[in-house]
Ligand binder design. Structure first.
Ligand code: TRH
Length: 380
């Protein structure tokens, strides 16, 4: 049995690398009964997502996952059956030298909705005695799927439909209850944040905007004419009430997305969480050279919104392209808000279509089993 899995996570930038690896590790352990060891190169950043982590320890077990600090002098045993190299992070030479030809080596790629992903998923290349397999997450059945815990949809639906649960969550964050439109905001600092806040303030309905602490806080402070802001502050301007939240646990961030009416998300992991929340969302892709992120955005817009009616599709395209551009006008934002009811229904419909597909962790386990069988077959 391929029970022992190693996951290698190099933290390049932000929280997406560790966010995805930590979520995957927990799901493989909890839902597939695997022994998972997560190798992390930067425990300090990881601690933001895994608060129980003791950064002084080279090895520890938390939530049934063995977490090992991966550094230049790490000594490896190479006893795993399956090795996940997250986002082409490069397995260390000392580890590669311990791997056996039948060790299943899988490179977990970045998520993209581009059509070429279907044909590149599940390819491989020889590296000496070893074979490196390429696993592409994606939105179609021909890809590796999307990370989704078995209970996330039920949890989100319960929270979205039950006011007492929502009040309990808001109370826990020291937030007031209101019937105002709720919006969460998580984005990169190069987004036109001032323009968005301005559009929210002058929109024709009151808005509660929740901002978990991130690198955009100085920009928000500037909008309100302040030098700095911290979690707990409430800032008001015209129709906009803005609540600064602490950086939440992944579980609480899911809850925030589930109770909001619109979610601004970014990168990779929060993007998928917004889809499972089933609410209209605006995705900001991770900035890449040669406008690659715009290509990725357009591929996703085509995949997700092309079945929408003309008005909803147009307002979704407009708001996304404005958000990745340098400006988001009051008109574009108001048009989006005017279409929220159909956008809500259509987004939920698309989310349900994706939920009907197998999730990434399950597909990864099946993929690893198929590789093992082929290896065995080739030997016979
Ligand atoms: O942090 P990101 O920008 O990560 C990015 C992307 O993954 C990108 O593709 C990759 O190339 C780059 O990293 C290196 O955005 P992302 O992917 O949404 O990850 C954020 C994580 O933080 C996600 O797991 C959700 C979590 N999160 C919380 O746990 N609490 C919070 O309050 C917030 C706002 C986020």
């Amino acid at each position: 049995m391929n029970k022992r899995w190693d996951i290698f996570c190099k933290i390049v930038d932000n929280f997406g690398d560790i966010g995805v690896c930590w979520r995957l590790a927990r799901q493989l352990q909890a839902e597939h009964g695997l022994q998972v060891r997560l190798w992390i190169d930067d425990l300090i950043v990881a601690k933001q997502l895994i608060p129980t982590l003791d950064i002084s320890l080279p090895r520890q077990v938390t939530q049934n996952i063995s977490i090992d600090h991966w550094h230049a002098d790490t000594v490896f045993s190479g006893d795993a059956d399956v090795v996940i190299e997250a986002f082409s992070c490069g397995l260390p030479a000392a580890y590669l030298s311990k791997m056996r030809p039948n060790t299943v080596w899988i490179n977990l790629e970045y998520l993209s909705a581009e059509t070429w992903v279907d044909s590149f998923h599940a390819g491989n290349s020889k590296q000496g005695d070893l074979t490196r397999h390429f696993f592409f997450p994606g939105f179609t059945p021909a890809t590796g799927g999307l990370l989704r815990e078995h209970d996330i949809i039920t949890n989100n639906q319960q929270l979205a439909s039950r006011k007492p649960l929502q009040h309990q969550f808001l109370n826990q964050l020291n937030l007031e209850h209101s019937d105002r439109l709720k919006i969460s905001l998580f984005c990169y600092p190069h987004a036109p944040v001032h323009a968005l806040l301005n559009a929210m303030a002058s929109a024709n309905q009151p808005i509660d905007c929740y901002v978990p602490a991130s690198s955009i806080l100085p920009i928000i402070a500037g909008f309100f004419g302040k030098d700095s802001i911290v979690a707990g502050e409430v800032l008001r301007h015209q129709n906009l009430n803005l609540y600064v939240l602490p950086f939440l646990s992944q579980a609480d961030y899911d809850k925030l997305l589930a109770i909001c009416d619109v979610n601004f998300v970014r990168g990779e992991d929060s993007w998928i969480r917004a889809i499972w929340a089933g609410k209209p969302f605006i995705w900001q892709p991770y900035l890449q050279s040669e406008e690659t992120h715009i290509t990725k955005l357009k591929a996703f817009l085509a995949l997700f919104y092309d079945s929408f009616d003309n008005t909803s599709r147009q307002s979704s395209y407009d708001v996304h392209l404005a958000w990745v551009g340098n400006d988001i006008s009051t008109e574009i934002w108001q048009h989006y808000l005017n279409n929220l009811a159909p956008l809500k229904a259509l987004t939920l419909q698309q989310s349900n279509t994706l939920v009907a597909q197998a999730d990434l962790a399950t597909k990864l386990v099946i993929f690893s089993e198929k590789i093992i069988k082929n290896i065995v077959k080739n030997k016979v």
